[in-house]
Write a protein that binds this ligand. Structure first.
Ligand code: UDP
Ligand code: MG
Length: 320
């Protein structure tokens, strides 16, 4: 494959005007010192401050700077998506715009991809400079869960600074708030050489964080969605059909027991309580109804996945 640059650096930003000048200078210097042919793509995610004016200014004086500006704020995933679409570098990196990440990590990440053959190198903020209670602690818990579900051994899945092999960013589609799980998207696309590199992390110098505590709830829900999509996305009936069948069987067995007990007692001339007088009767109805509903959900999901344009999309590695 032909690449027109060594490195693409994608910087999503939302109201970060104070940081941009310093960030640009620092990144440019690092790239030039290491002899890279690079491009810097600033993606302005609908900033309401002077961020875009600043990007225009930088682009006017530096031909290696490119900019994309959204009409409104769509979120970090959208910004990364547009950056990935535009990227022409052999290695594509992402970095936050708030000066918390250091561009000096990028040359080593580049080397790990081009020489050691990794597909994804994710940063690991070993000494995180954020609020302990609202960020560091929940983040540890969140990462442990993510490791368990995704099977990817990363300490800091959502780290802003990462580097990818060019093909990786062209084979995945970041949407919604899935920027937290790009290594998982990469793994699901067949790129499983994923590693991490401890990175320096600075305190936020200007502005404020754009993500609050709610990101843990939403992040967890997104993780479950991704897990479901990667496991049953192409065969939803295997999930809904199985659980539905199980429920239905449980209900069926209960119903048989209820009727049998009643009939046996009646045949022996023994008075027996009414069928509707026992809890098992209601549990049996519940189980049968749930079973049928799960089954129907399975059929509907099958019809949706059948008409999906993704249904026969495979990541072909080579053809001879
Ligand atoms: N960001 C963005 N769109 C958003 C929110 C954030 O492009 O809707 C950018 C933000 O400008 C920054 C990066 O994403 O460059 C990470 O955000 P932030 O520093 O607020 O996250 P934190 O470091 O606090 O987790
Ligand atoms: Mg930050």
């Amino acid at each position: 494959m032909e690449y027109s640059k060594d490195i693409t650096i994608i910087i999503p930003l939302f109201n970060e005007e104070e940081s941009l000048g310093e960030l640009h200078e620092w990144t440019r210097k690092t790239m030039i010192d290491n002899g890279f042919d690079y491009e810097m793509i600033f993606v302005d995610d609908g900033s309401t401050d002077g961020s875009w004016a600043k990007v225009q200014e930088l682009a006017a004086e530096d031909p290696d700077v490119k900019g994309i500006s959204f009409r409104r704020n769509y979120g970090k995933s959208a910004a990364l998506y547009e950056g990935f679409e535009a990227a022409v570098g052999r290695v594509v990196c992402t970095m936050d715009a708030d000066l918390q990440d250091s561009p000096e990590e990028l040359p080593e990440m580049y080397r790990m991809i081009t020489e050691e053959g990794y597909d994804v190198v994710s940063g690991w903020k070993q000494h995180r400079q954020d609020n302990k209670m609202t960020k560091n602690l929940p983040s540890k818990l969140y990462n442990a869960t993510a490791r368990m579900i995704t099977g990817i051994k990363l300490h800091d899945m959502n780290c802003g600074i990462k580097a990818y092999r060019h093909e990786v960013v062209k084979s995945i589609e970041v949407y919604g708030e899935m920027h937290r799980y790009i290594p998982y998207l990469a793994k699901n696309a067949g790129y499983d050489r994923i590693t991490e590199k401890p990175v320096h992390h600075q305190k936020r110098k200007f502005g404020t964080s754009k993500f609050g505590i709610e990101r843990f709830v939403n992040g967890f829900l997104d993780l479950i969605s991704l897990w479901f999509l990667s496991t049953f996305g192409k065969k939803p009936m295997h999930f809904f059909g199985f659980t539905g069948l199980l429920m239905f069987l449980v209900g069926f067995v209960m119903t048989v027991c209820i009727i049998a007990a009643k009939l046996v007692h009646q045949a022996n001339g023994v008075h027996f309580r009414a069928v509707t007088d026992q809890p098992l009767f209601y549990l049996a109805i519940l189980a049968v109804v749930l079973g049928v509903m799960l089954f129907l959900a399975g059929f509907i999901c099958e019809m949706i996945s059948r008409s999906s344009t993704e249904r026969n999309k495979y990541n072909v590695k080579e053809r001879i």
